[in-house]
Structures are given as structure tokens and as C-alpha cells.
Design a protein around this ligand. Structure first.
Ligand SMILES: [Zn+2]
Ligand SMILES: [Zn+2]
Length: 283
């Protein structure tokens, strides 16, 4: 397994690698842009090169980039939809330039239209985005599951299956499984049988090889609450014991486990990483 945390890109983007390296990470995740704004300066070749060199010299083997939530390909609002398609194209190109492995995204929110229409908006958009980024096939777009709040798509893997079955080139797609979201959506993954059944379900729908990243988060909200509220590993409703079979699942040996747990004190990442490390079976 690869293990790491979501790290900040403040300062120079290559500093994110230093932050991950300082924590001994073998995987890391960054935001593609400031999560609260649309515009950013385009990534320069110099900055990207510096990032690639730092990463090669570091312990980090897997890099995931996360698209901020306000970018929405399932929306029925025309202006937002067009802007979102452009942002996805930019983000795939920049993720490729960074030499990162994955671009992680939520599947969007269909607020002013029906779920079915939202799905079809998302699928149409992906076909455009993939066509415009034909030269960036080194980046796999991972669809994350959601907690099922509001009008967000992706709380059931039926949605993922529909997208895998409908886009023109699904070899560019994969899955990111967020444990806190799955739990809040109603999957009782604290139990080994339920977690195994979820992996089997993903396997039947999209093939288990698609599952590349696990967002390893405990949940401050209870089973089936549909509230997306991450907690420290072992401190939430999933609990330490609930993670044991997850981190040791045989189908996830090549997956990257990335923590998106609260950073409420400077030592928080280290503490959470250590809790996970203690759960891993030494073989
Ligand atoms: Zn997540
Ligand atoms: Zn979340």
C-alpha cells in the first residue's frame, strides 16, 4: 500500500512534496487550485519541473490532485457548466504537466435539474474533456463517492457504473473510495463483511482494478446521516477497529491511502498516520 496525506500548496507548489516527505509519506494529494477561487495563474513549466524533480528525489510514489468542489460538471446552469468544462481541461493538463498520477473529482451536483439530467450533463462533459486532453492520457480521472447530501451524485456505485458504461473512453476513469462518505451514505464499512461486499459491488460494476485511491477518513457523523464531516482516524463513528480490515484488504495492496483528516493541530497528520501504520498487518 501507499500511504499519505492531503498537503497544502501554499508557497511554491513543490513545497507540497517537502511537506509530504517530512511526514514520511509514500502518497500525497494536493488541490489543483485554491478551493475557494476559480482563477489562478497557469502552472509554469519551471514550477512543474521543480515539482517533478522534488517528487522523484522523495519518498512519494503516488501523487493525486483534487479538483475543488465548486467546479461542477453535473450542473444545469449554463455558465457554470461551461466554466467547469474549461477548468477540468486545464486541471487535466496541469496534472499531466506535474507528472501526477490521478485527478480526483466529485461527480457534481444537479441542483436545478433531475438526477438523470445531471448524470447526462456529467457524461457529455467528460467526453468533451477527454477529447480536448487526448495528449494527457497519463492522468487517470478518479470519480469519488459522496455522502449523499443535497443533490450530489455518486453516493451509490450505480452512478459510477452508469458513467463507466456511457463515456466514450472509460480507460481514462477510475474510482476513489472515501471511507467517511461511504459510511455517511449508509455502507456500514466498520464490519468486515460489509466492506468486503462493497469491494465486490465495485468489482461487479466497474472492475476492482479501477479502485486506485482510498480517502481514509473517520466520520464525525453517524451511519447513513448523509453528512460529510471528516474526523481523526479512530476518533469518529468508524473507529480504529473499523479501519483494520480496510487497510489490510487484499484488493487494495496497490492502492494509495490518503488521509483528509482535520489539521487542527500541527501534529495531527503525524498522529493519524501513526494510527494507520499500527493497523497494518506486518507480513
Ligand atoms: Zn475525500
Ligand atoms: Zn468529504
Amino acid at each position: 500500500m501507499y500511504l499519505g496525506v492531503h498537503v497544502s500548496i501554499s508557497g511554491k507548489i513543490s513545497e507540497s512534496v517537502e511537506r509530504a516527505q517530512a511526514l514520511g509519506c509514500t502518497a500525497m494529494q494536493i488541490f489543483s487550485r485554491n478551493p475557494r477561487q476559480w482563477r489562478q495563474l497557469p502552472l509554469s513549466e519551471t514550477a512543474a519541473q521543480e515539482f517533478r524533480h522534488k517528487r522523484e528525489a522523495s519518498s512519494v510514489k503516488i501523487v493525486a490532485v483534487h479538483i475543488p468542489y465548486l467546479i461542477n460538471l453535473a450542473t444545469g446552469y449554463d455558465v457554470l457548466y461551461k466554466k467547469s468544462i474549461e477548468a477540468y481541461i486545464e486541471d487535466i493538463r496541469e496534472t499531466s504537466l506535474l507528472g501526477a498520477d490521478y485527478l480526483v473529482t466529485h461527480m457534481g451536483s444537479y441542483k436545478n435539474i433531475t438526477l438523470k439530467e445531471g448524470m447526462s450533463q456529467f457524461i457529455k462533459a467528460l467526453d468533451i474533456v477527454f477529447k480536448e486532453t487526448k495528449d494527457n492520457k497519463n492522468v487517470r480521472l478518479l470519480l469519488e463517492n459522496t455522502a449523499g447530501s443535497g443533490h450530489w451524485l455518486g453516493y451509490t456505485f450505480d452512478h459510477h457504473k452508469k458513467i463507466f458504461d456511457s463515456v466514450k473512453d472509460n480507460s481514462r476513469l477510475g474510482i476513489c473510495l472515501d471511507t467517511a462518505h461511504a459510511f455517511a451514505a449508509g455502507y456500514d464499512i466498520r464490519r468486515e463483511e460489509t466492506f468486503n461486499a462493497l469491494i465486490e459491488d465495485i468489482d461487479r460494476k466497474v472492475g476492482r482494478a479501477a479502485l486506485r485511491v482510498v480517502h481514509l477518513n473517520d466520520s464525525q457523523s453517524d451511519l447513513g446521516s448523509h453528512i460529510d464531516h471528516h474526523d481523526h482516524i479512530g476518533k469518529g463513528f468508524i473507529g480504529l477497529k473499523g479501519f483494520k480490515h480496510i487497510v489490510n484488504h487484499p484488493s487494495l495492496k496497490e492502492a494509495a491511502f490518503i488521509l483528509e483528516t482535520p489539521k487542527d493541530k500541527p501534529t495531527a497528520d503525524k498522529l493519524n498516520l501513526n494510527r494507520v501504520k499500527k493497523l497494518i498487518n506486518k507480513t
